[in-house]
Every structure is written in structure tokens, then in C-alpha cells.
Design a protein around this ligand. Structure first.
Ligand code: NAD
Length: 490
């Protein structure tokens, strides 16, 4: 540990600027002692911090409405449901269960450890780094922070550089509640993230794209820091002929167009059985018109539709639509975009060819390709030929179909006849698999992500091992043979 400078460098006032690497080092060094002290913190103390965090967040509701309007033009209802509610619920769940999660777990002795007492201890990892994305800047930063505090860690938070207004509110909240020796928020982009990643944190919790996830894992490997990677990917939807089509259309469009499609678990594209394809498309068109307006002008003026986070992101998603149409895709709804306004209309596409860019990259915007299928096995084969997605949605009332898709595919989470709600259940692990992520968040899974499960074995008065000390006499060898053979009894 290097000694901290006498006068610590100042944090940038501008939340779009990078943070001085010296300040990062200073914060990291200061957190070492706090991390040690936090090892002995009680459930009551941690729960009190979580209450303050939850209450402090909700007290800043109005400031957050305005900040979200500036960064994403996000409707206040979506701020409530997708930013405040998940963090408040994560905190509530942790407060209610923390004492039990922290309790050492007794483990019965095995044949070879007879006479010992074994326990699993849940100890804080120490100093943790949480790096967030821009799409849910409160939820993806403070949700993991709840788990990190519940587990007793010191934390440095680095939000995405693309949501400066929201970051300013969150930074003020963190500074008001915590000494930076315990929880500090630093602003900055790629350079700041890379400086942080060069520090030997005990755990790195990253939410973002698979491409950057690989960079983060590579950097963490230099220190053998453990990682949780919450990544993205192309989450497919299957709608079979038995599905409740209206319900499917309503839920899929809700999951897709909330936050203008900038959601990690948003449906990316839909496979619909050919026999119900036309009806499903019609229901989607009707639902879109009822929610956002019947003319292009009405949709663009809708207060219920968020914007792309930057002009560059709007250009990317607009470019995906134009590229698909140029290659022969059919426009089923929407299609308009205006990068200067960061606007992309809710768009439905049909006949999207496999070589269109939108078929290969995570859409992450309000565009939904819908494709008919004839045989379920073909769809399963196509899903399995792609990297494992973060979510898979199946709309089917047919139990054998549900069982088949469940058994023959893999994804971070699976949601049957519903959309996105697998994320909202605090008792379920939330995470990806391989390309869509490593490790889990939420509830006890988040607590464990930020904890070291430490094995602790204490000797009793008698220990079996003494029977096998050298010299290895014939009797002792017979005993060891009998012990090994005893393992065949069960
Ligand atoms: P991103 O990977 O571009 O950026 C995420 C964070 O990493 C930001 O803080 C950014 O400053 C930092 N970063 C960017 N490039 C870096 C580099 N080269 N080295 C170190 N750090 C770097 O992701 P994004 O565009 O902010 O977010 C969108 C992605 O996040 C999508 O793929 C989405 O699916 C995913 N996501 C996943 C979840 C989840 O819970 N699984 C939640 C939200 C978003």
C-alpha cells in the first residue's frame, strides 16, 4: 500500500470528466483499513446503512426525475418502476434476511472428518469495484451496492460516463451517506475504468457489454480478483401456436419498449409459429398504436417513450433499421429515427435476412424483428447456434413444449408466458451464462457474490487422522483399506 498524499487531489466537479488516477489510488488505499474494520460489522449495522441508502434514494426522487429526463428523457413512471423500485426492493429484501445470510452455516461431519466441527463462514471480500452501464444508471449501480454493503465491503463505484445528470444525483447521495473510506463514487469513462481495474481489488462487479466484460475479466486476472460479470446479448422470444397471443404481444412489447429497448433482458427478436404469425403481428401493431400513438408525429410526441442515451447510440440503432430495410426486410411498424433528437420510433420488422447487421448484434433499442417458424426444433437449433442469451422467453400453454425448450436450451434466465419479471424476483439468481455473464446478482446470490465462503473446520477431542500416522504398520494399512472400502456402502 502506498502512503496517501497529504492533500488528496480533488474529484472532478464535471461528472463527464475522468478522475485523477492519484485520487483513485488514494481512495483505494484509504479503504484498506475500513475494509478490515467492516469484517466485524454486525447485521444490525449493515441493515441501518441499507435503510439510509434506501431512504436517501427515495428522498431524491424529484431530482432523479429531472436527471433522468435530461439523460434519457425517461418517463417518471419508468424511473419509479425500473430504477427506484428494484433498489428499494433489493434493500428491503436484504434488511429482512441479512442476519440469516450472515450466520455461519453448520455442516455435518463426513466419515473421514468424524469428530470435527465444520462451518461455512460468510466473510466480506474486502475492497470491491462496481462498474455500471448507462441504461439503468441507478438500478445497476446501487442494486449491487446494496449487496456489497450487506456483505460488509468497502466499495468504489464507477458509473457510466453517458448519464452525467443521474450520476451527479447519485454521487451527492453517496457523499451524503458515506465516508469515502467506505463507499466512494468516482466519475469517468474508459480511462478511469482502466485505472481502477489496474488496482488490486478483491472483487470486481461489472455490468455492461460482453466485449468490455472480456476486458474487465482480463484486467481482474492480473490480480486474480474474483469477478461478477452482468452482460447482455440477444434474448429470443418464442411464441407457439398454443400461446395466448394478446397477452404475449402486450408483455413482449412492454419488455421491449420500456426505456426505449435499452434493457439487458429486453426481448431482442421473436420467433412466432407460422399459423399465428399474422395475428401476432396485427396484435403487436394495435398494441403499439394504443400505447404510443397512431401517427408518426403522435409517437414522436409521446411522453411515454424514452430516448437513446446519446446521438451516437441513436445513429447506431437507426442504422440497424436502415441496413435491414436495404437488405429486404419489411417494415411492420415505425421505422422513423432522428439522431439529433436521440429519437428512434418503436419499430417492428419482418423478413429480416440473416446477413443484416441487426441479426448479429444486440439491438439494444426499440426495434423488434418478428419471424415466422414452422418447426420448433429449427428454432431451438438456431438459438443453440448463438452465444447463450441472458434471457429466453417462451409463450406457450403446451406443457411438453415448455419442458422441451427448458431442457434443450441454455440462457441466464428463463421466463414462461411472461416477460422481464424473472429479473424482479429477489429470491431468484439474476445473471447470465458464458457470453451473457458470469455469477449472479440479487438477494442472497448478490450477498454471496460479495462474500467469501470461508471453510472453517475445528478439531474435536478425537481425530480419525491419528490412526494413520507413520510408521505405516500392516494394521494401519488394513484400517485405511477398510476406510476406503467403507465409502462403497452408500
Ligand atoms: P459498456 O460495456 O460499453 O460500458 C459499461 C461500463 O464499462 C461503463 O462504465 C464504461 O465506462 C466502462 N467501459 C467501457 N469501455 C471500457 C474499457 N475498454 N475498459 C474498461 N471499462 C470500459 O456497456 P454500456 O453500453 O454502458 O451498457 C450496455 C450493455 O450493458 C449492453 O450489452 C447490456 O445488455 C448490458 N447490460 C447488462 C445488464 C445485466 O444486468 N446483465 C444490465 C444493464 C446493461
Amino acid at each position: 500500500m502506498t502512503s496517501p498524499p497529504a492533500t488528496p487531489p480533488k474529484a472532478p466537479m464535471d461528472p463527464t470528466g475522468d478522475t485523477d488516477p492519484q485520487l483513485l489510488q488514494h481512495l483505494f488505499d484509504r479503504q484498506a483499513l475500513t475494509a478490515l474494520a467492516l469484517r466485524s460489522s454486525t447485521a444490525r449495522e449493515r441493515a441501518a446503512k441499507l435503510r439510509r441508502l434506501r431512504d436517501g434514494l427515495l428522498e431524491r426522487r424529484e431530482a432523479l426525475y429531472q436527471a433522468f429526463a435530461a439523460d434519457l428523457r425517461k418517463p417518471p413512471l419508468e424511473v419509479e418502476l425500473t430504477e427506484l423500485l428494484p433498489v428499494a426492493d433489493e434493500a428491503r429484501h436484504a434488511i429482512a434476511h441479512l442476519a440469516r445470510w450472515m450466520r455461519p452455516r453448520r455442516v455435518r461431519p463426513t466419515l473421514t472428518t468424524l469428530g470435527t466441527r465444520a462451518r461455512v463462514l460468510y466473510q466480506p471480500r474486502g475492497r470491491c469495484l462496481i462498474i455500471g452501464p448507462w441504461n439503468y444508471p441507478v438500478n445497476t449501480l446501487l442494486g449491487p451496492l446494496v449487496s456489497a454493503i450487506a456483505a460488509g465491503n468497502a466499495v468504489i463505484l464507477k458509473p457510466s460516463e453517458f448519464t452525467p445528470h443521474v450520476n451527479a444525483v447519485v454521487a451527492e447521495l453517496v457523499a451524503a451517506l458515506f465516508d469515502s473510506a467506505e463507499v466512494a463514487l468516482v466519475h469517468g469513462g474508459v480511462a478511469t475504468a482502466q485505472h481502477l481495474l489496474a488496482l488490486p481489488f478483491d472483487h470486481v462487479f461489472f455490468t455492461g457489454s460482453p466485449a468490455v466484460g472480456k476486458v474487465v475479466m482480463g484486467a481482474a486476472a492480473q490480480h486474480l480478483a474474483s469477478v461478477t460479470l452482468e452482460l447482455g446479448g440477444k434474448s429470443p422470444v418464442i411464441v407457439d401456436a398454443s400461446a395466448d397471443l394478446r397477452r404475449a404481444a402486450e408483455l413482449v412489447l412492454w419488455g421491449k419498449f420500456t426505456n426505449a429497448g435499452q434493457t439487458c433482458v429486453a426481448p431482442d427478436h421473436v420467433y412466432v409459429h407460422r399459423s399465428v404469425h399474422a395475428r401476432f403481428v396485427q396484435l403487436c401493431q394495435e398494441t403499439l398504436a394504443a400505447r404510443y400513438g397512431r401517427t408518426d408525429a403522435a409517437v414522436q410526441a409521446s411522453p411515454d417513450l424514452a430516448r437513446m442515451v446519446t446521438r451516437r447510440h441513436a445513429e447506431r440503432v437507426g442504422g440497424l433499421i436502415d441496413d435491414a430495410l436495404a437488405r429486404g426486410a419489411t417494415l411492420l411498424a415505425g421505422g422513423g429515427h432522428d439522431a439529433a433528437q436521440r429519437y428512434v420510433a418503436p419499430t417492428l420488422l419482418g423478413n429480416v435476412p440473416g446477413d443484416a447487421r441487426i441479426s448479429g448484434e444486440e439491438i439494444f433499442g426499440p426495434v423488434l424483428p418478428i419471424e415466422p417458424y414452422d418447426a420448433l426444433q429449427d428454432v431451438i437449433g438456431r438459438i443453440n447456434a448463438q452465444p447463450k442469451p441472458l434471457a429466453l422467453y417462451l409463450f406457450s400453454r403446451h406443457r411438453p413444449t415448455q419442458a422441451l425448450v427448458t431442457a434443450q436450451t441454455s440462457s441466464g434466465g428463463l421466463c414462461l408466458n411472461h416477460c422481464v419479471q424473472q429479473y424482479a424476483h429477489g429470491g431468484l439468481p439474476f445473471g447470465g451464462v458464458n457470453h451473457s455473464g458470469i455469477g449472479n446478482a440479487h438477494g442472497v446470490y448478490g450477498f454471496k457474490a460479495f462474500s467469501h465462503e470461508r471453510a472453517c473446520l475445528a478439531a474435536g477431542p478425537f481425530t480419525v487422522v491419528r490412526l494413520f500416522f507413520a510408521p505405516y504398520t500392516a494394521l494401519r494399512h488394513r484400517l485405511s483399506t477398510a476406510l476406503v472400502n467403507a465409502l462403497r456402502w452408500v
